[in-house]
Structures are given as structure tokens and as C-alpha cells.
Design a protein around this ligand. Structure first.
Ligand code: C2E
Ligand code: CA
Ligand code: CA
Length: 532
């Protein structure tokens, strides 16, 4: 508390005060020391009119104390203010950071599988090129994923993708990483030595193909891998990936599990493009022709039927075997036109041979899945039969199991309609694909063709012999005709005859031949049936 003195004259003994101070006009401020030796601050005002001095004193100790108290409050206020600001800043910053992290994460990751995505890959590239002077890209694609989606639905397909992604992540080691490129495609980058990549690819394939059970459905997923090496095959990631993709494409085409890129693939892709361009004009330019390969009754060794096999002679590319152009024709949607040509030409040729040899046998014509699943396929077949005068019950349409993978329900409908018209249905290359003997029960097929790979090895590998025998036993139980394809040796003929195989086809009897050659073949093997 300040001490106040109101007095016409100073009553306190301000011994040290210079009275001039007190009686100077206006307000005066000065220091004094009191009797207790305390330093005081004095404030005085002299009123001349009334000769009256107002004096206020306050000790410096108190003043300082007050100042310290005020200062403490002030400092405390400032500290609290800064603490609050800091607190809010940290909270906001953390929230912003979290949101930024989430945004960055989702831009760089695939929501379904939680794997990094292709944007991540793009950003990672420069680091990779700098960090690893040599690395490999593995382009991976799940086989038949489209048909899995079509048959079991997209939620099922999604669950499968998540499992595949987990399996792929589990095989990645330090410095490797895997991303989802999109759909059923994944890409892995690894700095492993190039020599070890084959082993790595085999390991991935092994892990991915372990059994999967989703919603009580059992699957054995398969993955195909195309591989390219940096900087051996390409000097940028984009080119590297396109080379790995090309290797993947070739691996699929050749039914390989994985394939490493080589420059010959570039040549192959150029050839493929040439084939594609030439194929588009081939039917119109009449470049295709048909050969017929006899199918022999296993007991009588007389001709029972023929399989029509297409041939393509192109003026620019020369002779191209069907294995090299049928799948391209499927991809560029030329196969339907080619298929109609094959059926029409084969019907006409066989009718001619019947007439010339006074015989009658069946005609088997290959149809690819794309052809068979097109709208009005059965109507088109019936139209050609009508047009050529070929009897329905002498025609057999050969389909492969891949047809069933595309769309089982539609495939069954088409096959049933063919059967209703009296046309036979043969399941070609049996044993190579996914179908089992048990699923045959529900299929409207009349014939099975055991794939030639089993026939080729059956006299060498006992496993194959046992497999052929069991196909024959069960096929006979289901009352199906069974054709053994690729019969080349007498020993195979004996074995197949003993195992109750119905029909034999292969070079042992005849290669695919022209209709003229077929006439001679029939006349030579059975001279009584010839008309002249
Ligand atoms: P595929 O239907 O399995 O035809 C059998 C293949 O085995 C034919 O090859 C035939 O020449 C060959 N072959 C027959 N007997 C023997 C043998 O004893 N030993 C060996 N090593 N091979 C034998 P090709 O004519 O080259 O036909 C290959 C594939 O092209 C066919 O396999 C078929 O899938 C397809 N193809 C042929 N013609 C047509 C057609 O008109 N339409 C369609 N969609 N595909 C066709
Ligand atoms: Ca065939
Ligand atoms: Ca076949």
C-alpha cells in the first residue's frame, strides 16, 4: 500500500529531501531513504494557491514485489498462451499429417488387396534405378480369372485376389516388392541375381497354386509369369515392363508357367503382327484349305470317320500351321468366318469322298470356344448342313475343355442344342485341362478324345498308360466313344485295342491328307467299297 500524506506543510521529516523538490510546481518524483533505510519512491504535487503539498510514497521493495508479481502473471500468461498454441498446432499438424498420410497411402495402394499400385511403382522407379544397378521385373497374371469371375461372381473373384496378394507378399524378401497392376495382374521387382530368378518364379508359382477354399468352393489357382531384366533387356522401367509383359504373353501362348524375355520374342511379336494383318484378308483371298485325317475303328481297322484340319498358305508369310494362327484368329474375331469356311468346305469334301468310294463315315470339325459361344452358332451350323446336304447325324463338333471354362451354362446349352439336332459332340484334348471324369456325367458329349501327349508317352511312362486305361474304363462305363489321337506305333495300337478304345487316329494310319488322297487311302484299305 502506498502511504499518503495530505498536509499544508510536510509533517514527515524528510531529512534528505531537498525542499525545492517539494515546492517545485507540478508533479515531482524522486527517491528518498527513510529511517528504516528503505528506499522509497516519492511522488509530490505542490498546490501553490493553498500552499498545500500532496505526497505519496511507496517503498521500492513493494514496488519491485508488485512488479515481480505482475511480471510473473504476465510470463505465466505468455507461457500458457504458447503452450495452448503449441498444443493446437501439434493436434492440427498431427491430424493434417494423418490425413496427408492417408491420402498418400490410398493414392499409392490398391484398396482391395492393400498392395502398392502402379502409381507407387512409377514413383519408386527412379530410386530403384539408382539403388539397384541390376534388377528384374516379374509380370504376373492369374490364369482364367475372367471365367472365375463369370462363374462364381465378382465378390468371389475379389476374395481370391486378396488371397493371391497375400501369398505374393509372403514370398517377397527384403528389397523385393510386389504391386497390383490392375485386374488380375501383379508386378514384382527384385534385385536378386539374374541366375536366381527362375528359381524365384518357380517358388512364386508353387506358393500361389496351393489349394484355395472360398465359400466351400475348392480352387487351385495358377499364375503365369513373364520376366525381364534391367538393364539387360531395357533401360527404363516402362520398357522393362512391356518386355516382361511380352514374355508373359508368350508364356501363356505356349502354355508355360514362366518365361524370361529374349530378343527372339520381339521377332515373334513382329511375326504375330504380320499374321494378324494377313489373317484379316485370308478367307476373302481363298488362302485356306482343308485336310482330312482318317479315324479308324479299333476292332475292324476300317475307316470310321475323318477329322477336318485347316491349313493356311499365305503368299507373303508362306505356310502357317494352325497352332500359330487359330488363337490369333480368336483374338481378332476372325475365327467365326474361318470356322464357317472350314465346316462348309469339309462337308463338301466328305460328300465327294463318300460318293467316290461308296462309303459313309463321320466328319469331325474343330470349333473354338469363341465360335461356339457366339449367338446363333447352332443355326449357322444347321444352315451350312442344309446348304451342303450333309446329314446332321454324320457330323461331330470337336470342342476343348477351355470352352467350359469360359461359360459353363452357355456352353452346355449350345452343346445340348447340337445334340437335339442329332449332331455329335466330342471333347478334344481330354486330360490336359481342368475337367475331371466326374464332371463328364453332366455334359452332353458323345465322344472323348484322349490327348495325344498321353498316347505318345504311354508305352514309355507307366503313369500315362494307367491314365489312358482309366480314361478308357470310365469313358466306356459312361457309354462314350473314345478316340485315341496321335497313334504312331503298332505297340500303341495293340494296347489301345486291348483296353477297349473305340477309335484310333494318328500317323500310324495316315497323316491329314487331301480329299483325293483320302479316296485312294479308302480304296487301298478296302477295295470292295470302291465304285470303280
Ligand atoms: P487338334 O484338334 O488336337 O488336332 C490334332 C492335331 O494332331 C493336328 O494338328 C494333327 O495333324 C496332329 N496329329 C494327328 N495325328 C498325329 C500323330 O500321330 N502324331 C502327331 N505328332 N500329330 C498328330 P494340326 O492339324 O496342326 O492342328 C493343330 C490344332 O489346330 C488342332 O489340334 C486344332 O486345335 C486346331 N485346328 C486345326 N484345324 C482347325 C479348324 O478347322 N478349326 C479350329 N477351330 N481349330 C483347328
Ligand atoms: Ca481336334
Ligand atoms: Ca486333339
Amino acid at each position: 500500500m502506498p502511504e499518503w500524506y495530505y498536509s499544508p506543510v510536510p509533517t514527515i521529516a524528510f531529512t534528505q529531501i531537498n525542499h525545492l523538490n517539494l515546492y517545485s510546481p507540478g508533479i515531482n518524483i524522486f527517491d528518498v531513504v527513510n529511517r528504516k533505510h528503505q528506499k522509497l519512491l516519492v511522488l509530490s504535487e505542490y498546490n501553490r494557491q493553498f500552499n498545500y503539498v500532496t505526497v505519496t510514497t511507496v517503498s521500492y521493495d513493494r514496488l519491485y514485489q508488485n512488479l515481480y508479481d505482475q511480471l510473473n502473471y504476465f510470463i505465466l500468461g505468455i507461457v500458457l498462451f504458447y503452450l495452448f498454441t503449441l498444443f493446437f498446432y501439434i493436434i492440427n499438424h498431427k491430424r493434417d499429417q494423418r490425413m496427408t498420410n492417408e491420402l498418400v497411402w490410398s493414392a499409392n495402394h490398391d484398396v482391395l488387396t492393400k498392395l502398392p499400385n502402379r502409381y507407387f511403382l512409377k514413383h519408386k522407379t527412379e530410386d530403384w534405378n539408382e539403388k539397384h544397378r541390376r534388377y528384374s521385373a516379374l509380370f504376373m497374371d492369374l490364369n482364367n480369372f475372367k471365367s472365375i469371375n463369370d462363374n462364381y461372381g465378382h465378390p468371389f473373384g475379389d476374395k481370391l485376389l486378396v488371397i493371391i496378394a497375400q501369398r505374393l507378399s509372403s514370398v517377397m524378401e527384403k528389397h523385393d516388392y510386389v504391386i497390383r497392376q490392375g485386374g488380375d495382374e501383379f508386378i514384382a521387382l527384385t534385385p536378386k541375381p539374374f541366375d536366381n530368378i527362375g528359381k524365384f518364379a518357380r517358388h512364386i508359382i508353387h506358393i500361389v497354386s496351393e489349394v484355395v477354399i472360398i465359400d466351400n468352393i475348392t480352387l487351385y489357382p495358377k499364375i503365369t509369369i513373364g520376366i525381364a531384366h534391367y538393364p539387360k533387356d531395357a533401360d527404363t522401367l516402362d520398357i522393362l515392363l512391356s518386355k516382361a509383359d511380352m514374355a508373359l504373353y508368350k508364356a501363356k501362348e505356349n502354355k508355360l508357367n514362366f518365361l524370361e524375355y529374349s530378343t527372339s520374342l520381339d521377332e515373334a511379336s513382329k511375326k504375330r503382327l504380320d499374321i494378324e494383318l494377313e489373317l484379316r484378308k485370308a478367307v476373302k483371298n481363298d488362302e485356306f484349305y482343308m485336310l482330312l485325317q482318317p479315324q479308324m475303328n479299333a476292332s475292324t481297322l476300317q475307316i470310321e470317320g475323318v477329322e477336318a484340319l485347316i491349313r493356311w498358305q499365305n503368299p507373303k508369310l508362306g505356310f502357317i500351321p494352325p497352332d500359330q494362327f487359330i488363337n490369333i484368329a480368336e483374338e481378332i474375331a476372325e475365327i467365326c468366318e474361318i470356322g464357317q469356311f472350314a465346316l462348309r468346305r469339309a462337308c463338301l469334301m466328305v460328300i465327294n469322298v463318300w460318293n467316290e468310294t461308296n462309303t459313309s463315315f463321320t466328319l469331325s470339325v474343330n470349333a473354338s470356344a469363341d465360335e461356339l459361344l457366339q449367338e446363333n452358332y447352332v443355326d449357322q451350323v444347321l444352315m451350312i448342313l442344309d446348304e451342303t446336304g450333309f446329314p446332321n447325324h454324320k457330323l461331330i463338333i470337336e470342342v476343348t475343355e477351355s470352352l467350359l471354362i469360359h461359360d459353363v451354362r452357355k456352353a452346355k446349352d449350345v452343346l445340348t442344342n447340337l445334340r437335339l439336332e442329332g449332331i455329335g459332340v466330342s471333347l478334344d484334348d481330354f486330360g490336359t485341362g481342368y475337367s475331371s471324369l466326374s464332371m463328364l456325367k453332366g455334359l452332353p458329349v458323345t465322344e472323348l478324345k484322349i490327348d495325344q501327349s498321353f498316347i505318345a508317352d504311354m508305352m514309355i511312362e507307366r503313369q500315362n498308360l494307367l491314365l489312358v486305361r482309366s480314361i478308357l474304363t470310365l469313358g466306356n462305363l459312361l457309354e462314350l466313344k473314345i478316340v485315341a489321337e496321335g497313334v504312331e506305333e503298332e505297340a500303341q495300337v495293340f494296347e489301345l485295342q486291348n483296353s477297349d478304345c473305340s477309335i484310333l487316329q494318328g500317323y500310324y494310319f495316315a497323316k491329314p491328307i487331301t480329299d483325293k488322297e483320302l479316296v485312294t487311302f479308302i480304296q487301298d484299305s478296302n477295295p470292295e467299297n470302291t465304285s470303280n
